[in-house]
Design a protein around this ligand. Sequence first.
Ligand SMILES: Cc1ncc(COP(=O)(O)O)c(C=O)c1O
Length: 301
Amino acid sequence: MVLNGAIVPYEEARIHCLAPAITYAAAVFEGIRAYWNAEQQRLHVFRLDDHLHRLQYSMKVMRFEAPYSMTMLRASVLDLLRVSRMRENAYLRVQTYIDGDGAMGATGPLGMFVSCVRRPPSKLLQTGIRVGVSSWARLADNAAPPRVKATANYVNGRLASIQARQDGYDNALLLTANGTVAEAPGACLFIVRDGRLITPDVADGILESITRDTLLWGAQAWLGQTVEQRPIGRSELYAADEIFLCGTGAEVQPVIAVDRLPVGNGEVGPLAAAMQLRYFNLVSGRDAARPDWRTEIAATD
Ligand SMILES: Cc1ncc(COP(=O)(O)O)c(C=O)c1O
């Protein structure tokens, strides 16, 4: 792990129990993936700077004092990957939080850590998942903005995930208070109707997902298609030919049923499969497009 800028053994990465990070969830984070390309003997960290820019934005909105610089955060991620000698796909968490023992409104002192774990691909990527629309509403922008990747926001996603699992689904979809589709607890969503890709707008209660942005670019580059970004009603989910989730963690995750109704013919659809394949080629550097999105670490580094 990296803790406050220094590499420390996993067991020694501790914070105080009275830190506002714990007592008031004063914490923000990023989940980042690094993909190992065996042919090139290189690790590719995907859209590292975009994740760190979003972290800077989250710290700004949360009014964290003296936020860590891009240079320091970037070096922490890359040093950890080098020291861990990571030679497979990995998932990194970069977290910043209010340390010390202050009150609810404390804006410092700041703490940070970076963790890195191996993350092999999920088998659900091939089979697709079954989701249920949650009875929990997505957070509102004027209450706890979903655009900010704050730890506290995940209370909302956690309630929905637990409910979905207890109801026999793999995952949940959350609607905004207005009843339009927002996102899954940890991923954004695309639907396909008559071959056209549609995704909720950034004002529809979503995190401004980097994977969503990658797929907006990909739809154009790979399919010559401009994705429609607009509100999606709950009942439109049942009319979709295909649905897939997207996120750094979820990657491109086909959805084969919503509320026990099959999506299309109930199998992974062709557009979801194509987007998934192109995405994996891009993030791993097998597809050389968008080199600006990959930070490479060679095995010899
Ligand atoms: C609530 C939520 N929505 C969407 C996403 C997808 O965002 P990104 O593609 O930037 O990882 C995430 C995180 O992965 C998330 O936690």
